[in-house]
Design a protein around this ligand. Structure first.
Ligand code: NFE
Length: 581
């Protein structure tokens, strides 16, 4: 008999994602993805000066603030035909990369690793054997010392002895499907702590160029940072050499710590390459960091390694037939979302998009939302009417299909080591692996291409980071519109703006987590989160009281529901309600 299971909230941060499941035995048969908070930042933007939009739009999220600011200024620049200087665009690439790498590392270690790593087990590990284990998986991370492992083991033991698990409270530490030996668990917990330090360190790159983080400063027409190598008030030689060190540290961390850890973990949980397959359609406009003002089929505004892969769409897992990307095929369905459209329909393209909230769900505190047609605050974006997976997996598959040499090399190497096929990348473990591989390529692009190009330009005397020719609204058309497509950590982010008489009259953001978290459309076709859990009726769920397996799968998308839903927060006749933390 079908049993109902509710997991709410589902993430450690951005906690307004709820998953409702129907199971039979130990298998998931049906799934619904719910964004349970309306935010409506787009509405706040109406009537404002488009040059200020980035500062509001970046408040869509507390994680990918840089991503939204960048998408916003790029959309506005498209509308008013502003062209930032090359050095400003390069600084944006550097900032975007630093933020993207931080985001991926933070996701792997702090938001996902404990789905696979048992912290409690780490207390029984032998530190010397742990160092040996790290060596055996190819980790040459400088933190792999007996002293460090001993200290971390003692810390974990101290936490367990205190009975207060602090940041590790709420884990399902007695779940039978934690498979790593104690030494692997201790190594991973040590790296979890090291990654906290790493992500704090790398984000200083954003802080220097953007003035602060989160919510760094941007500028329509350029960047808000002035550069003068010889003055203390500007970005100067001291800061530039510090950034050089952080860039090198970043590559070192990803190469010696993140990649070996990710490979080792997905290697132990190899059956997860056959679990969690989702909607087999993908698109991307390039590699992570690619940023287009308008149609990605036009030549990019500046050379960027991230844009060396041409935008494209893959349907039905068919990598042999990549189709051209057409922004006009994007629409957002509200068939399952608590909104109305003024034409009475359920689907609109973003250029005509609307954000009219209309909650028709159960009165809180509710127990079950999925028995109504509308059940979420997340719209359901569609491309050519189809649900699309966006994110590292989409970018990796597109780059592979397009023959991008480094991608082909890394993917083939990982697949050979793990004994998996390319098709198996559409899975829980595949999305996690794709993120790690992509992070390595992004760190390589940052260290080997973007930062050296910035330095070379500086050496040539190029310190121009702002073009003011389109700053004054009198230089803009009376009515104009524009959009951006930017590849950020969780997938393709697009902002769409219409400007009338110098003020914003329409603003829409279609966000990576909206693509992945959205619900069913007019045809009843599930969104990617839902499909990953209910697609084949065989997704495991061993114990409804400890829903570790569906958490692994949903976390593999790196959900951010603050972004997805872009003000109302109800609490939650299920058989089981699980509160995760
Ligand atoms: Ni709130 Fe975001 C990213 C954006 S959401 S984290 O990356 O845009 O999917």
């Amino acid at each position: 008999m079908a049993e109902r299971v509710v997991i709410d909230p589902i993430t450690r941060i951005e906690g307004h994602l709820r998953i409702e499941l129907e199971t039979d035995g130990q298998q998931i048969k049906q799934a619904w993805s719910h964004g349970t908070e309306f935010r409506g930042i787009e509405t706040i933007l109406h009537g404002r000066d488009p040059r200020d939009a980035w500062a509001f739009a970046q408040r869509i999220c507390g994680v990918c603030t840089t991503a939204h600011a960048l998408a916003s200024i790029t959309a506005v620049e498209h509308a008013i035909e502003a062209m930032p200087p090359k050095q400003a665009l390069l600084i944006r690439d550097i900032v975007c990369s630093a933020a993207g790498i931080q985001d991926h590392a933070m996701h792997f270690y702090h938001l996902h690793a404990l789905d696979w790593v048992n912290v409690a087990s780490a207390a029984s590990a032998d530190p010397a054997a742990t160092v040996e284990f790290a060596r055996s998986i190819g980790s040459t991370w400088k933190g792999n010392t007996i002293e460090r492992m001993t200290a971390v083991r003692d810390t974990v033991q101290g936490i367990l002895d205190s009975g207060q698990l602090s940041i590790f409270t709420g884990g399902y530490w007695n779940h039978p499907d934690y498979r790593l030996p104690p030494e692997a668990n201790l190594m991973a917990v040590a790296h979890y702590l090291d990654a906290l330090e790493f992500q704090r360190s790398i984000i200083r790159i954003v802080t220097v160029f953007g003035g602060k983080n989160p919510h760094p400063n941007f500028l329509v027409g350029g960047m808000a940072c002035s550069i003068d190598q010889n003055t203390s008030e500007s970005i100067n030689q001291v800061q530039i050499s510090e950034i050089g060190k952080w860039v090198a540290e970043t590559l070192e961390f990803v190469q010696t710590c993140y990649i070996p850890d990710a490979m080792a973990i997905v290697g132990v949980y190899k059956d997860y390459f056959d679990i969690g397959a989702s909607s087999p359609n993908y698109f991307a406009v390039g590699m992570i960091g690619a940023a287009y003002a308008g149609d990605p089929n036009q030549a990019p505004r500046h050379p960027s390694a991230a844009m060396s892969v041409k935008a494209g769409v893959i349907f039905n897992d068919d990598l042999s037939n990549v189709q051209d990307f057409d922004p006009e095929k994007i629409s957002e369905s509200i068939a399952s979302a608590w909104y109305t459209y003024s034409d009475g329909g359920t689907s609109l393209p973003p250029t005509k998009g609307e954000t009219n909230p209309n909650y028709t769900g159960a009165k809180p505190p509710y127990t079950w939302l999925s028995d109504k047609e509308k059940y979420t605050w997340s719209k359901a974006p569609r491309y050519d009417g189809k649900p699309i997976q966006v994110g590292p997996i989409a970018r990796l598959l597109l780059a592979y299909a397009r023959g991008h040499a480094r991608t082909v090399e890394l993917v083939n190497d990982a697949a050979a080591k793990l004994g998996i096929s390319l098709k198996q990348l559409n899975s829980t473990a595949g999305r996690t692996l794709a993120r790690a591989v992509e992070c390595l390529m992004e760190a390589e692009m940052l260290a080997n291409e973007m930062f050296p190009a910035f330095i070379k330009n500086l050496q040539g005397g190029d310190i121009n980071v702002f073009d003011q020719s389109k700053w004054d609204p009198s230089s803009w058309p009376r009515t104009t519109s524009g959009y951006s497509l930017v590849e950020v950590a969780r997938g393709t982010l697009s902002h769409w703006v219409t400007i009338e008489n110098g003020a914003i009259s329409r603003y829409q953001a279609i966000v990576p987590s909206t693509w992945n978290a959205g619900g069913r459309d007019e045809q009843g076709v599930r969104g990617p989160y839902e499909e990953s859990l209910a697609g084949n009726g065989r997704h495991p769920l061993h114990d409804p009281k400890q829903p570790l397996e569906p958490l692994r799968t949903i976390h593999s998308f790196d959900p951010c529901l603050a972004c997805a839903v872009h003000v109302l927060d109800p609490d939650g006749n299920e058989i089981q309600v699980v509160h995760t933390s």
